[in-house]
Design a protein around this ligand. Structure first.
Ligand code: BTN
Length: 239
């Protein structure tokens, strides 16, 4: 059961930090930490996660009893967010590998999974932009919210959380093939030109380990981790 026990903070630095503390102290599988506001929300690749107080659903879940299939947790969480957003808000999303949730080419939700395999636990942190109707200038062109995606009205937050936890439990327990099929059906990058630190090519889906496959001039490469970017399409006509 995901969501019990639950600890809610009106304001904390990061729900992932609170959940990791609880996990290290022995909190059971399924423990949930939520907050209305974070002062130091954390994102992937050392970035920060910023949301105005009350605007985002901020949740971190403790997962215990790690098995090899839990390597796919980041992908499973992204599928769960897409399913919850469709079910509760009627908003269909796509996933930018490995686990950015997009609506209309803008980021709607982010996921940060932090594992301690030797201690046999991981924390799945999820931030969903729910009610923001505007973003600071640096995020304006790249971020969106469920409210914006459905014309201004945010979905009911409690129902969104409940559905998200239910879909997350389902996708974590599901056979890898079915979770990956759901992920592949929402692949935002497939067939598009992408670039990463050491190369570029055409995104060609994910393999069964969750690695991103990219078709390059040298053949297919499998990217295990890191960051990929969409490449701007070449301009037609004279330079
Ligand atoms: C990313 O897109 O880079 C990942 C963002 C993850 C943000 C969530 S908000 C709840 C949880 N607590 C954190 O500090 N981070 C995650």
């Amino acid at each position: 059961m995901i969501g019990r026990p639950r600890v809610h903070h009106r304001c904390t630095d990061s729900t992932n930090e609170r959940a990791k503390e609880l996990a290290a102290a022995g909190a059971p599988d399924g423990t949930l930490v939520t907050a209305d506001e974070q002062t130091a929300g954390r994102g992937r690749q050392g970035r920060s996660w910023v949301a105005a107080p009350g605007d985002a659903l901020l949740a971190s879940v403790v997962v215990r009893g790690l098995e090899p299939r839990h390597a796919l947790l980041p992908l499973a969480a992204a599928v769960a967010v897409c399913e919850a957003s469709a079910e509760v808000a009627g908003v269909e999303c796509a996933i930018k590998w490995p686990n950015d949730v997009w609506h209309g080419e803008r980021k709607l939700a982010g996921i940060l999974v932090e594992g301690r395999p030797r201690e046999d636990w991981a924390v799945v942190g999820i931030g969903v932009n729910v009610s923001a109707r505007a973003f600071p200038p640096e995020l304006e062109a790249i971020a969106t919210s469920l409210a914006l995606a459905r014309g201004g009205e945010p979905p009911p937050r409690a129902a969104l959380l409940e559905t998200l936890l239910r879909r997350l439990a389902h996708q974590i327990a599901a056979p890898a093939e079915s979770m990956l099929a759901a992920w592949r059906a929402r692949d935002a990058l497939r067939g598009r030109e992408v670039a990463w630190e050491r190369g570029s090519g055409e995104a060609a889906g994910v393999d069964d380990s969750g690695a991103l496959l990219v078709r390059t001039s040298g053949g297919i490469e499998a990217l295990q981790a890191g960051e990929v970017h969409l490449r701007a399409p070449a301009r037609a006509g004279p330079a």
